[in-house]
Design a protein around this ligand. Structure first.
Ligand code: PEP
Length: 260
């Protein structure tokens, strides 16, 4: 059985304020102490990274960026570089969340450059891939996933232990509509096969592949019970400490099962 450590990320998107960010981060870090078998990361808005970092410092949760610039530094008003995130205490960064791929039209070529910057800065990249509803309904979901992975990862020097891929079907994000465990597991197998094609089977078997798209306290256990699913990227439900705790507990149950 795979020994991959489950990973759960809480993507706060553009929510909360400084005080509520710090308070929620403190609750998460208290809860995280109960589940040391899960790698836990919080992705607050960039301006609250510092407040969250202070709250989680020394605890069992880490902080990450929701995005980083494709550039290293310079005249890029409004952007935040990967090295700035690292400098502020971030351990990880989301690359290619659908709200950037589809919402802001970021291409695989741009995301590949963002990934390169994240790796240079020593951040763990959480690379998001996933199809739209139209792509799924026209039977192209798996081709889209393969294309996104090739376009974003090809040519990069990657350490499998320091990479997370999030399968996030666009139609499931923030909609309350979740992929069935079977559909999610099938997409995860496609991701792992693509990683094996790009690198090798050993690499592919070591990468954490997590699911995101309306994960909540009711469906997390069923999703995470699938061998293919190594945890979750959680949006809405990560803003409610009690719900997030149930999700992390489901990931911890998976870690326990894997260690048996
Ligand atoms: C996300 O932001 O990555 C996400 C999956 O959001 P939600 O859980 O709200 O669907």
């Amino acid at each position: 059985m795979a020994q991959r450590t489950p990973f759960v990320g809480g993507n706060w998107k553009m929510n909360l304020d400084r005080e509520r960010s710090a308070a929620l981060a403190s609750e998460v870090v208290r809860m995280a102490a109960t589940y040391p078998s899960v790698e836990l990361a919080i992705f607050p808005p960039a301006v609250y990274v510092s407040a969250v970092e202070s709250a989680v410092r020394g605890g069992a949760a880490t902080v990450g960026g929701q995005d980083c610039s494709a550039e290293k530094e310079g005249a890029f008003t409004g952007q935040v570089s990967a090295s700035m995130l690292a400098n502020m205490g971030c351990s990880s960064v989301l690359i290619g969340h659908s709200e950037r791929r589809h919402g802001l039209g970021e291409t695989d070529a741009t995301l590949s450059r963002k990934l390169a910057r994240a790796l240079e800065a020593g951040l763990l990249p959480v690379v998001c891939v996933g199809e739209t509803l139209a792509e799924r309904e026209s039977g192209r979901a798996h081709d889209v996933i393969r294309t996104q992975l090739h376009g974003t990862l090809a040519g990069q020097t990657l350490n499998a232990a320091k990479l997370v891929i999030a399968y996030e079907p666009v139609w499931a994000i923030g909609t309350g509509r979740t992929a069935t465990p079977d559909d999610a597991a099938e997409a995860h197998r496609t991701i792992r096969q693509t990683l094996a094609d790009l690198y090798d089977v050993r690499f592919s078997e070591s990468v954490r592949v997590i699911y995101g798209g309306s994960v909540n306290s009711k469906n997390a256990a069923e999703l995470f019970a699938r061998e293919e699913i190594d945890g979750g990227l959680v949006g809405g439900a990560s803003l409610v400490a009690a719900d997030f705790a149930v999700i992390v507990a489901a990931a911890a149950a998976k870690a326990k099962e894997r260690s048996n």
